[in-house]
Design a protein around this ligand. Structure first.
Ligand SMILES: *[C@@H]1O[C@H](CO)[C@@H](O)[C@H](O)[C@H]1NC(C)=O
Length: 508
């Protein structure tokens, strides 16, 4: 009850409450290789900036979808970088590894991108823009754009240790697991040891072995004499990070690292009539099932699909399922749609549980809208997100490979009937919503701030200009060692000399 009252008292957090902008700026978004969920974040920022009268140009790997008059979107059309047709279940059949940054895609992008006429045109006009916005991961090929230009980075995956280090903030490996590990804090002694090695190794492989070098080789052919990509990257003014301490982990951040986690979350809007009616008329409440935007439901292998369908027939609740194809012989309590307004469904009080793959954005939405979860992680960072949701008490995680009908039914019944899950996620929702300003307002304000102050050099950490030898004071350690050794050596020699003189005196 207290929870409900508090929720009602909190201001609705999505209304833009910023003072009007100083003028209309031209902003260029570059995201040649992004998943749909990262594009959702970029579009949220772009739309809110466009609403304030700024002119947005956006390069993506997908057909334009924005109808905003101030947003001009275009795609490079390079097939290899089309993430949306990626069938993760096929991929997982052949690859155990679920965290493989594909150097091949980066290489192809590097080779083809600057041959595309529209990209060339924008490149030549890049100095007309007031700011460039880049997606932080796997988009290194666009760094030639930022030469002598102010730019910011959007970290869609949350606080990335590798990118934080570029900004001059090396995250402490004692409690910050490297991206490839599924661990969450607290780490055991062995995990911490492995984590230190893994954190260094991950960055080293990405930057110096596999990913960036292949992009660099291609970029060198187009832009001979340009500073290396890794140098250009270092001039970043600010990063907008898709995290919040209440969702993730409290971290020491620089003033130039802005947490905007859940900035795409907003209160629910009215649902389409048929869906609204289906939900309203559900006597026992509703289960919402979606595997997110990356894994289309239609790619789900038939054996798993049959398990969930069989489980749904045993539930008295109604089920709404995001699935991209027609399905024969569905039970009466199941409604499928190709596309569903996820946040509006999650916001509905009749929805009892969300069956999700544990994508980062879905996890933020479910917390924002205060819905417990049944998580079936598939790959990438999802097992990690799933583990975190379960540990926080927001629901139950099931392993896809061990899925059975009774397991799904029992888990759903437990989540729906045991109030502890809804209570835990309700508390988290309060923390996430209780902020001085909305995350999206914060993102917009800081973006304009960087433009107002021409890259805002005052924000720059001195740590960003040090080499890692200087940053870790390894040179100082060497100095101390050499100094100590020298002192020891000299003292020893002097002592030996003194002894000899003494002996000589005695024999005389
Ligand atoms: C670094 O960024 C500033 C603005 O943020 C810009 O004026 C300067 O030219 C950039 N330097 C390089 C080498 O790109």
């Amino acid at each position: 009850m207290r929870l409900v009252v508090l929720m009602a008292l909190l201001p609705i957090l999505s209304s833009a409450s910023l003072p009007p902008p100083e003028g209309s700026y031209k902003i260029l978004f570059l995201l040649p290789y992004t998943t749909r969920s990262h594009r959702i974040l970029h579009r949220t920022l772009a739309t809110n900036l466009a609403d304030r009268g700024h002119q947005i140009t956006m390069l993506t790997n997908q057909a334009p979808s924005s109808k905003h008059p101030n947003i001009h979107e275009f795609t490079h059309g390079i097939r290899e970088a089309d993430y949306d047709s990626f069938n993760v279940f096929e991929y997982l059949k052949e690859n155990e590894e679920s965290f493989a940054p594909s150097a091949f895609i980066i290489e192809t992008l590097g080779r083809k991108l600057y041959h595309i006429q529209e990209v060339k045109d924008i490149y030549n006009k890049r100095k007309e823009f007031d700011l460039i916005v880049i997606d932080s991961y796997m988009n290194d090929v666009v760094y030639p754009f930022v030469h002598e230009m102010p730019f910011i980075v959007l970290c869609g995956m949350g606080l990335e240790p590798m990118h934080s280090a570029v900004m001059g903030n090396v995250l402490n490996p004692a409690y910050t697991p490297s991206m490839q590990y599924l661990w969450n804090h607290p780490l055991s002694l062995i995990q911490r040891a492995v984590n230190i090695y893994g954190s260094i190794n991950f960055g080293f492989i990405y930057k110096h072995r596999e990913t960036v070098p292949v992009a660099q080789a291609e970029i060198d052919k187009h832009f001979p004499g340009l500073s290396p990509l890794l140098e250009l990257e270092k001039n970043v003014s600010l990063s907008l990070i898709n995290s919040h301490y209440s969702l993730d982990m409290t971290q020491p951040l620089l003033p130039s690292q802005i947490e905007v986690g859940a900035m795409h979350c907003r209160p629910g809007k009215p649902l389409p009539k048929d869906v609204a009616q289906w939900i309203e008329e559900a006597e026992h409440g509703v289960i919402y099932f979606s595997l997110g935007s990356v894994h289309r439901g239609e790619f789900l292998p038939v054996n798993y699909r049959n398990i969930v369908i069989e489980a749904f027939t045993q539930m008295k609740e109604r089920v709404i399922w995001k699935f991209e194809k027609e399905l024969e012989g569905l039970p009466d309590n199941v409604l499928i749609r190709k596309w569903l307004p996820q946040q509006d469904i999650l916001a509905h009080p009749k929805v009892k549980v969300f069956i999700t793959h544990g994508g980062l954005l879905s996890s933020q939405e479910t917390i924002y809208h205060s819905k417990p979860v049944l998580v079936i992680p598939i790959y990438f960072d999802q097992p990690k997100v799933a583990a975190k949701l379960q540990r926080a008490g927001f629901g139950i995680t099931l392993n896809l490979k061990e899925l059975t009908v009774p397991l799904v039914v029992d888990s759903l019944n437990e989540i729906i009937n045991n109030p502890k899950y809804a209570e835990a996620v309700g508390q988290a929702s309060l923390l996430l919503r209780d902020q001085k300003e909305t995350p999206i307002d914060r993102a917009v304000w800081w973006t304009e701030y960087v433009i107002r102050h021409r890259g805002a050099p005052a924000l720059r950490s001195p740590g960003a200009d040090l080499s890692w030898i200087e940053y870790l004071c390894l040179d100082v350690l060497v100095l101390v060692h050499v100094g100590t050794f020298t002192l020891f050596w000299v003292s020893k020699k002097l002592l030996a000399l003194a002894c000899r003189v003494n002996k000589k005196k005695k024999t005389e």
